[in-house]
Design a protein around this ligand. Structure first.
Ligand code: NIG
Length: 388
């Protein structure tokens, strides 16, 4: 196979997320095959097989959406409408999606995965994680993991999403930690647990994380979404790569995150859609924690694939600077997936990184918040291929 190189030049502002390269004005990039080959000022750019002038537009690494739930069937807009009329979100609707997902064919689930991943890529997302968690039987969780692996970069086993109706909690945890984990582990890199009142308590979550680590999986936790609780503590104690939601944090949760390698993944679209407060990103950043932003696309609590919406919300409502929000939605997501360094790194543009580039129809990344709600994606390269 011949490798074609592409010179993208005329970049008005290039966000690299590389500590040495920083943000470059009047920049250029060379992509070769699936990798970035060269990054620097346009005046020093080498030749390439093809040349594309983006005429002063801004470019950045593609969004890294490190938290989604895309293997589902059905629609919960009625639940959403009821919420807007005052009914609280308590994650009870997960059982509704479990029922519709179990009843759906492989083709129907794959069609939804295809539609949503294409929708995300068209808006600049180039690396995606998704979870199982709407199957909750050995066969259904395995099916979800297998189907997801055909569409996304990272798959997470979330058998411990909720205890399915009719099950005793201890029996279900034993199933998740035993037969279900054995069946799903070959298809996934990560395991996750919803550690929250009404889902799994600290002991059950610890049991799931211990079993998953023993099976060689990386760990993630859904925590502190609906109230203060043990999610962050459990995640940090188990060395999870991320704890996601972080809507209700105590000072000691913030300190624990700041003194750990666990990324705080914030999901502002979910907090808006469930009428929760937005997380205190400022406290996390000021304490030195690593923050990621992700869409949490799912049919119940956050039905959006728009990382730009998350970034705009973070800037306009969560007191994050544009630089912090863009970094959290790119490098932060990559760090949450442990993909931010080495050959083929994502969320960063440097020689050797994956050729994932998002060109905005705007002269600077600030426009993502300055022009909220406006579709600003001009061009996307995913693993070196033009995806839009
Ligand atoms: O991340 N918190 C648990 N899981 C999803 C909600 C899924 C649903 O309501 O269907 C979340 O918000």
């Amino acid at each position: 196979m011949t490798t074609t190189s592409t010179l993208i030049t005329g970049i008005g502002e290039l966000t690299t997320n590389d500590e040495h390269l920083g943000t470059i004005t009047d920049a250029a990039l060379v992509l070769s095959g699936r990798r970035v080959e060269w990054v620097g000022p346009a005046t020093r750019a080498p030749d390439a097989d093809e040349r594309i002038d983006v005429e002063g537009r801004a470019a950045l690494p593609g969004w890294v959406d490190s938290h989604t739930h895309l293997v589902f069937a059905g629609d919960r807009s009625a639940e959403f409408a009821a919420r807007l009329a005052g009914r609280p979100y308590d994650a009870g609707g997960i059982a509704v999606t479990v029922e519709t997902t179990r009843a759906a064919s492989d083709d129907a689930l794959a069609a939804t995965l295809r539609r949503l991943t294409e929708e995300a890529v068209n808006q600049g997302t180039t690396c995606l994680e998704t979870k199982t968690g709407y199957g909750l039987t050995v066969a259904e969780e395995t099916r979800a993991a297998r189907l997801a692996a055909g569409f996304v970069d990272e798959v997470t086993f979330l058998g411990a999403h909720v205890v399915p109706p009719g099950w005793d909690t201890d029996d279900y945890v034993a199933l998740v930690c035993g037969e279900m984990l054995d069946a799903v582990a070959p298809h996934v890199r990560w395991a996750d647990v919803f550690c929250e009142r009404g889902a799994f308590d600290a002991d059950a979550a610890s049991a799931v994380l211990t079993a998953a680590a023993k099976a060689g999986l990386g760990l993630r936790v859904h925590g502190n979404q609906l109230g203060a609780g043990p999610g962050v503590r459990v995640a940090v104690e188990h060395g999870a790569a991320s704890v996601d939601h972080c809507t209700y944090l105590t000072g000691s949760d913030v300190d624990a995150l700041a003194n750990s390698e666990t990324v705080a993944t914030l999901l502002p679209a979910c907090d808006l859609s469930t009428r929760q407060p937005l997380p205190d990103a400022r406290a996390l950043l000021d304490a030195g924690a690593t923050v990621a932003l992700a869409s949490n696309c799912n049919p119940g609590s956050s039905y959006t694939t728009s990382m730009a919406f998350c970034v705009a919300t973070a800037v306009l409502q969560m007191r994050m600077t544009v630089e912090e929000a863009v970094r959290a939605a790119t490098w932060g997501g990559a760090r949450a997936l442990r993909r931010e360094s080495g050959e083929g790194a994502v969320g960063v543009l440097r020689p050797g990184a994956r050729a994932d580039v998002h060109v905005l129809d705007a002269p600077s990344a600030a426009h993502l918040a300055y022009r909220p709600g406006v579709p600003l994606t001009h061009a996307v390269w995913r693993e070196g291929s033009r995806a839009r």
